[in-house]
Design a protein around this ligand. Structure first.
Ligand code: 6R9
Length: 645
């Protein structure tokens, strides 16, 4: 292995950073030795409570049960808005940057308060009550944040579904959560193209009898169909609503939101987060990992449809009284300078994005970056997948001009907030490593049998103790949470990721060890894509694996066995790709489809994915034992016709 470079904290950054190495180490030690004392102090510092808690924590990793700040009461919307009003009413809470470079808006905390309160009243009038589920299917417009906070204000549980998901995927999620209301927009706009969100919602809602109300934001003015009983225009309803809506006191353990995410089997799981612990960890990580200081302009490029958008566009920054930038568009529209022009336009100090975006921009050369100023940038972050050292170095040198530390943040929908990442004023960085655990986080590595590995080692990444923003349940299927996260390695939370720990104790996440793919930082289960493919009448059987992809990190490689009478030509491959887009969403489209007369199976009929992965990644000399296959000759067939050479 080539020698790993180490980047010390730049002096200019260190001088004004919130936390240095000594303090990080002290706090980390305290957070592990006396977790309840540590977290109680943080919960008082970061949040306003309407009732104090009786007990800080109660948890058991043999069962996966966890509760934090038991008996305490607070409201997330109050903590993100109302309590800032005495000091920040006129400060910008949200900078919205539209898809076209001439569109932007500044929303103050005062305006945020008014908009959220009005929408909360609209939901109430339509009969939405505490505990009801509301599904949000929104583009990246301020109303998406208003909607999340309006739900939180009245104690309704939001379930945001990414606007790129298909009507079919939306339907599944609405049905699973038994949502009673949906909030959407006529159309979304991204990269100069429109997406018919309301039309998609109409298709889904035809199969969702639980939904009595659909509120639609007019974003483009595009034509929509209307159901007088069910449909409400956002602007009409909000204009008529009162701006007085007292926040509902919520138990710390009352649900705040559900967010669906892919696992290795079955349909996506509704990961449920509760109010107190989630809000505390999102706020605290936002402050310390991004070194967020009063007055900073902070931009996270994620979509609110993913957990990163929840914790680091909405809840964390707003709980801290920050100015958070929300971008409707894509990094390459109208051209490859867009991100850096937005940075210059709004004087962004902290920029947080995904490795896939960095790789895509790196591929377009330095010029679109260097022709911009970027003098406001102080810190850069990445999330969603492992970042290759080349992309890290480019980000550091070209975008950050060697003065901005990079925080590579490892975490998951289930963890709610950042778990492993540098503290930028404290931690030397190494390109490709997420470095060290955040306060209260106890990572460990275990081998396949669950034996703990000490020192420098590679293994499966587990977490040994509860932290306040951990997943509480899989909505409607608690057993599935136990089976997925708390059964593989008894007494620990299993992340599904593999990792290496080096001689400095730094963690290097190597990627999923289960059948979950990471396509451009988006999680997709191979089983989900397979189920979509076999719904097509021409498909008898399908197996999906990942393979390394220069821009997307991983690409989708599908092996498809056709029904008799169909021929595997390019036209059918295109049809299948579009079919998957209709069933799940464009992000799940297979990059490569290999038609195969048979798949490698054991005598008991199990598909040997190990072999399919090797063929897809072109690692033919390490295929392993194929003698246990029912018909070993299918392997030669597959190798002869492989697509990734
Ligand atoms: C926040 C988020 C979680 C999975 C996770 C891992 C991968 C996320 C990473 C990373 C390496 C990082 N992942 N951050 N891998 N380095 N900094 O992405 O949540 O969509 O649930 O995905 O993403 O494999 O298990 P989610």
């Amino acid at each position: 292995m080539s020698e790993v470079k180490r980047y010390p904290v730049p002096d200019s950054f260190r001088q004004r950073a919130l936390m240095d190495k000594t303090r990080y180490e002290e706090w980390y030690r305290a957070s592990i030795e006396e977790p309840d004392t540590f977290w109680a102090a943080r919960a008082t510092e970061f949040l306003d409570w309407s009732r104090p808690w009786d007990k800080v924590s109660e948890w058991d990793f043999r069962t996966g049960d966890a509760a934090w700040f038991i008996g305490g009461e607070l409201n997330a919307s109050y903590n993100c808005i109302d309590r800032h009003l005495p000091t920040r009413a006129d400060q910008t809470a949200i900078i919205w940057e539209g898809d076209e470079p001439d569109q932007s808006r500044h929303i103050s905390y005062r305006e945020l308060h008014e908009q959220v309160s009005k929408l909360a009243n609209v939901l109430k009038q339509r009969g939405v009550k505490k505990g009801d589920r509301v599904c949000l299917y929104m583009p990246m417009i301020p109303e998406a944040a208003y909607a999340m906070l309006a739900c939180a204000r009245i104690g309704a549980v939001h379930s945001v579904v990414f606007g790129g998901f298909s009507p079919e995927a939306l339907k599944d999620r609405i049905q699973d959560a038994e949502a009673s209301a949906v909030i959407t927009a006529d159309e979304g706009v991204r990269g100069g193209r429109t997406v018919s969100l309301k039309a998609n919602a109409d298709k889904a809602l035809a199969h969702c009898p639980s939904v009595h109300t659909c509120v639609t934001v007019r974003r483009t003015g595009g034509k929509v169909n209307w159901d007088e009983k069910r449909d409400v225009w956002y602007h009409e309803a909000v204009d008529a609503a009162s701006a007085d809506c007292p926040p509902e006191p919520m138990g710390a353990e009352d649900p705040l939101f559900i967010l669906y995410t892919s696992g290795s089997t079955g349909k996506p799981k509704g990961v449920l987060h509760t109010t107190g612990g989630y809000l505390l960890c999102s706020a605290m990580t936002h402050k310390y990992v991004f070194d967020y200081q009063d007055g900073d302009i902070y931009w996270c490029t994620a979509d609110v449809g993913w957990v990163t958008g929840h914790s680091y566009i909405v809840y964390g920054p707003l709980a801290n009284g920050a100015t958070t930038l929300m971008f409707e568009g894509v990094p390459t529209y109208p051209d490859a300078s867009r991100c850096w022009q937005v940075v210059d336009k709004h004087k962004v100090n902290i920029f947080y994005t995904a490795p896939t975006a960095i790789r895509a921009l790196m591929g377009l050369g330095d010029a679109p970056v260097t022709k911009t100023d970027r003098g406001s940038l102080r810190l850069l972050g990445t999330v969603g997948e492992p970042i290759n050292p080349e992309a890290w170095e480019w980000y550091h040198r070209v975008v950050g001009e060697d003065r901005c530390p990079i925080v590579d943040t490892w975490w998951q929908t289930e963890t709610g907030s950042i778990m492993i990442a540098p503290i930028p004023g404290a931690t030397d960085t190494k390109p490709g490593s997420a470095t060290l655990p955040f306060f209260g986080v106890q990572p460990a590595l275990v081998d396949a049998d669950g034996k703990a590995l000490e020192g420098a080692a590679s293994g499966n990444l587990v977490i040994k103790a509860s932290w306040p923003s951990q997943i509480r349940t899989v909505y409607g299927d608690h057993q599935r949470m136990i089976d997925t996260y708390f059964s593989t390695y008894k007494g620990t939370y299993f992340t599904g990721d593999g990792a290496r720990r080096d001689e400095d104790g730094y963690y290097w996440i190597t990627g999923r060890v289960d059948d979950v793919l990471n396509i451009s930082g988006h999680r997709l289960g191979t089983a989900e894509i397979e189920s979509a493919l076999v719904l097509h009448p021409a498909v008898a059987e399908a197996a999906v694996v990942g393979y390394p992809h220069d821009i997307k990190g991983q690409g989708v490689y599908a092996y498809v066995n056709l029904m008799a009478g169909h021929s595997g030509d390019e036209a059918l491959a295109t049809e299948l790709r579009n079919f998957v887009a209709t069933e799940i969403g464009a992000i799940a489209k297979p990059d490569l489809i290999q038609f195969a007369p048979g798949l490698p199976k054991t005598r008991s009929g199990k598909i040997m994915r190990r072999i399919l992965r090797k063929i897809a990644t072109n690692e033919l000399d390490t295929l392993g034992d194929t003698s246990t296959l029912a018909d070993p000759s299918v392997v030669d067939q597959l190798i002869d016709n492989r697509l990734n050479r």
